[in-house]
Structure formats: structure tokens, C-alpha cells
Design a protein around this ligand. Structure first.
Ligand SMILES: NC(=O)c1ccc[n+]([C@@H]2O[C@H](COP(=O)([O-])OP(=O)(O)OC[C@H]3O[C@@H](n4cnc5c(N)ncnc54)[C@H](OP(=O)(O)O)[C@@H]3O)[C@@H](O)[C@H]2O)c1
Length: 266
């Protein structure tokens, strides 16, 4: 797909993998509309790219905000023809020791960002994308959609939902709108922070360095279990079973020390 001159929406475009996708899309000549919930990160991104990037602060865990944003975005950016649903959040949960009332709002927000917002943006922007001669929707899933890890059941379920939804949408577009490419991208494990903690996100000492949103120590008693040996042979190594279960994922594996490897190839 020719990206030069297009406008691309990248949710979570100011941080981690989304930031690298933004950088690459800009290098291919696209104008990027980056969405995030943290205005500071978005301001830094805007300062880095100038007029090549627009930024919008939207809380993707708020379905009403996502509805409103989906409706108004094409008016501000009529050239929008690429949508990359990249924003994601992962909570570590232990349902056996958690207070269900306390974790329920967190789980709902996790579902909202990882699945509801993806479906709303994909379907809500489809009528607009259809008008372009060439368009793309890229929804970022995860190997954990295929091989779930015990500590993040809702994240894994949401990513499996993204994968299935995206494939079904692709089948619809294959028939009715083949000029819209619909892609479910299963990312490998990517160490995208160079070990640096993110302000307000990573909490030293909890081991959360992979986008796992753990509460600060002392406030997290009922959310996750730390240091408990698991009898499961592959616990803590979610990709260990891949060769047997999903061999097609093997070439996509990367080491934790590999810099963000995503290439924009639509
Ligand atoms: N890293 C990996 O190994 C890996 C592996 C497989 C799949 N993935 C998937 O790849 C995608 C990017 O992951 P990453 O590792 O780059 O994660 P990350 O560094 O934690 O970044 C997450 C992004 O999502 C945005 N976001 C989170 N909650 C939001 C909300 N409520 N509203 C708006 N934006 C929100 C964040 O923006 P703000 O900071 O502005 O909120 C941030 O830009 C995710 O979908 C993730 O599930 C990652």
C-alpha cells in the first residue's frame, strides 16, 4: 500500500511500539494522528515530529469518549485511510485471591481499551475508509491470544477477541470492499522500554516491565500473586509451547533485547 500522502490513526502512538510505528509511518510520508491518554507523552511526540503528527488525548477506556471521537475524527482528517489499533493495557490478576468488587472496574477498563475501542474504531471508521480507493485497518493482537498466560486472563481474552473480530471483518471486506485491507497483527514479545520505567506505569520491585499495569507496592494485595511457584510446566514462559502448538508463530519470535522490530508493511 502506498503510504506517502496518507493519513494514519495510531492509537497509543506516543509510547512503546506505537511510537515506533508513528516514526516509521512518518518516514514513509504519512501524516499520523496519534491518540493516547497521557497529554505529556503526546506533547513530546508532537515536539519531535512537528506538523507531520497530530495528537489527540482520548481515554480509550471510556466508551462514550471513543464513540464521540470516532464520529468526529473523519471531519477533521478527511484524508484518513489507515487505522492502527495499537493501544493496549495488561493487568495482572489473580482471581483466587482478589476482591472481585475491587478488580471489576479495572478488568472492565482493560476490556474497553483492548477490545471495545478496537471494535468501535474499526467499525465506526469503516464507512469513511470505504470511500478511499485504498485503505487499511491494522489491529494489534498478541501471541497471548493463542497461548494465554495465567496471570493476565482478561488481556489474553481481549486479544483473542481482537484476533477473531479482525478476521471476521476481513472476510466481510474481502467480499464487499476488497480495497480495504484488514490485518490482525500478532506481535512477538517486544522489549520496547529499554529497561526504563515509565512514569506512573512501571513500579520498581514488582517486576512489571512488559506493559503489565501493576499497582504500586502496598496497594496491590488482591490483584496479583508474587513469587508463588506454579505447578504448570510452562507458567511464566508463555511462548515455550509455541513450537508444538503454533509453529507458524516461530519466525516472529524476538529476543527481549531486540529493539522494536515492527516494520510497516501493509
Ligand atoms: N510489548 C510486547 O511485548 C507486546 C507483545 C504483543 C502484543 N503487544 C501489543 O502491542 C500494543 C502496544 O504495546 P506496547 O508494548 O507498546 O505497550 P505500552 O508501551 O504499554 O504502550 C501502550 C500504549 O497504549 C496507550 N493506552 C493505554 N491505555 C490507554 C487509554 N486508556 N487511552 C488511550 N491510550 C491508552 C498508551 O498511551 P498513554 O500512555 O497515553 O495512555 C500507550 O501509548 C498493545 O496492544 C499490546 O497489547 C505488545
Amino acid at each position: 500500500m502506498e503510504l506517502n500522502g496518507t493519513t494514519a490513526l495510531v492509537t497509543g502512538g506516543a509510547r512503546g511500539i506505537g511510537r515506533e510505528l508513528t516514526r516509521q509511518l512518518v518516514s514513509f510520508g504519512a501524516h499520523v494522528v496519534a491518540v493516547g491518554s497521557n497529554p505529556k507523552g503526546l506533547a513530546e511526540l508532537a515536539a519531535e515530529h512537528g506538523t507531520l503528527v497530530s495528537t489527540d488525548t482520548v481515554d480509550l477506556s471510556d466508551p462514550e469518549a471513543v464513540d464521540a471521537y470516532t464520529d468526529e475524527l473523519p471531519q477533521r482528517h478527511p484524508g484518513l485511510s489507515v487505522v492502527v489499533n495499537n493501544a493496549g493495557v495488561q493487568n495482572l490478576s489473580d482471581f483466587l485471591t482478589s476482591d472481585p468488587h475491587r478488580i471489576r472496574p479495572l478488568l472492565r477498563r482493560e476490556l474497553a481499551v483492548n477490545l471495545d475501542a478496537v471494535i468501535t474504531l474499526s467499525t465506526g471508521l469503516l464507512p469513511h475508509l470505504k470511500q478511499h480507493p485504498s485503505a487499511a485497518i491494522v489491529n494489534i493482537s498478541s501471541g497471548l491470544a493463542v497461548i494465554p498466560k495465567p496471570s493476565a486472563p482478561v488481556y489474553c481474552a481481549a486479544k483473542a477477541g481482537v484476533r477473531t473480530f479482525t478476521r471476521a471483518l476481513r472476510y466481510q471486506c474481502d467480499d464487499a470492499a476488497p480495497h480495504i485491507r484488514v490485518i490482525d497483527a500478532i506481535l512477538p514479545l517486544v522489549d520496547r522500554h529499554d529497561g526504563r520505567p515509565r512514569p506512573g506505569k512501571d513500579h520498581p520491585g514488582t517486576g512489571g516491565t512488559r506493559g503489565d499495569r501493576r499497582p504500586p507496592p502496598g496497594q496491590d494485595g488482591d490483584l496479583h500473586r508474587q513469587g508463588t511457584p506454579s505447578p504448570r510446566p510452562h507458567a511464566g514462559r508463555p511462548f515455550a509451547r509455541i513450537p508444538g502448538v503454533a509453529p507458524w508463530l516461530m519466525p516472529r519470535r524476538s529476543s527481549r533485547h531486540t529493539p522494536p522490530a515492527a516494520r510497516v508493511v501493509f
